[in-house]
Design a protein. Structure first.
Length: 201
């Protein structure tokens, strides 16, 4: 798929104020600093579209970007940064959980995890919560440029081993780098596939 246009629409603190849910959308989620905003910029070929920062906690709002005048990419705040609450709902943030549970046009969630790290408890808990709530998701490994290709393969295999303690099968996975642009074609092809196959939401 070709990205012909990518336009910032809105930033919201409240899911009820997001654009009308009349188009398919795909949201990027994951720990703070994992590379959500950078990946959106890489996919859209626009380094200034989503705000990025080396300091965790940069994205604080629900940001909608209209792609090809047809569908939305959504940049969400990270979880696991400012965090003291014990309940799962508050752990990931009310904004994030409200968005995920209420946004009926959100077709698939892209859960980003850093290729370099073994599975973190908070990511595993988050994906378990998605499963409990029947939310479709895939896993996107980020920052692959920081590892050699064989090291990436080992990390992904190790990740799958841990996931399979909880899950019957692995969700779809993608290996990406916003730096080297690895995985761009695969992700865009998958988005294209989702755009074509999901007729209703
Ligand atoms: P929050 O909005 O704070 O939740 O973070 P985020 O997940 O949106 O991360 P962001 O895209 O702002 O990137 C965080 C930092 O990681 C920035 O310094 C980026 O330059 C860096 N980064 C993101 N993706 C990559 C990548 O693929 N490779 C490398 N080497 N650095 C990356
Ligand atoms: Mg961000």
């Amino acid at each position: 798929m070709e990205i012909r246009s990518a336009t910032f629409m809105t930033s919201n603190t409240d899911v009820m104020q997001c654009p009308p849910p009349d188009r398919r959308e795909y949201a990027f989620i994951g720990r703070s600093n994992v590379g959500k905003s950078s990946l959106i910029n890489m996919l859209t070929n626009n380094s200034k579209l989503a705000k990025t920062s080396s300091t965790p906690g940069k994205t604080q709002l629900i940001n909608h970007f209209l792609i090809n005048n047809e569908w939305y990419l959504v940049d969400l705040p990270g979880y696991g940064y400012v965090n003291s609450s014990k309940t799962l709902r508050n752990k990931f943030g009310k904004l994030i959980s409200d968005y995920i549970l209420r946004r009926e046009n959100m077709v698939c969630l892209f859960v980003l995890v850093d290729s370099r790290h073994p599975p973190r408890k908070i990511d595993l808990e988050f994906m378990a919560w998605l499963g409990e709530n029947g939310i479709p998701f895939v896993i996107v490994f980020t920052k692959a440029d920081k590892l050699t290709a064989p090291a990436c393969s080992t990390c992904i295999a190790d990740y799958a081993r841990v996931m399979l303690d909880q899950w019957e099968s692995m969700p779809r996975t993608f290996l990406t780098s916003a730096e080297s642009r690895l995985g761009r074609e695969e992700l865009l092809a998958y988005l294209d596939e989702l755009n074509r196959t999901v007729d209703e939401f």
